[in-house]
Ligand binder design. Sequence first.
Ligand code: MLT
Length: 201
Amino acid sequence: MKHIFQQGSNTSAPVLLLLHGTGGDENDLLPLAQMISPESSVLSVRGNVSENGMPRFFRRLAEGVFDKEDLEFRTKELADFLDDSAKEYGFDRKQIVAVGYSNGANIAASLLYHYEGVLKGAALHHPMVPSRDVTPPSLTGIPTFIGAGKQDPICRPEETKELASTLQTAGSDVELHWENTGHQLTTAEVKAASDWFKNNF
Ligand code: MLT
């Protein structure tokens, strides 16, 4: 997968996996890594799917309607890419914390839903429920942060709460952070994710 890897100054800090929103690329979330954990190594990935030229991590049939088959295929593809990257760049595979926004948060959530131990934690900015067909494996000891907007028309509050509850039931310690905003990612929300990161890792 197309990506950027930046070696951090502290090799024992978690590696940040950055996953952009629809139409973004691997450069978009680099400033978030600086705010969340400036000493961490960073693996920032571009989604392999193109929707009218806009990169995404998996196909959708319509706004908010995911192509289930492609989601499963792309989730495995990303999980395999993480295994390969850990070998290629020599970092600890068990030390990856995802930071995703929108479509990137959805593939991060899908990783958590499908593969036990795939991430050490995840900051999900404006995520949706990735699947209602699978029950996540144990997420005990895998903290998650959800940043949501009370007026988000894409990731509606009920869906945000459903995701939080499913992750919690699987054992994750979930921090749910609300902003009085829509789908956009605000500095205040990233600051909250940064505080969550410092409290958990
Ligand atoms: C998705 O397709 O992943 C969600 O609708 C979020 C987005 O607009 O990318």
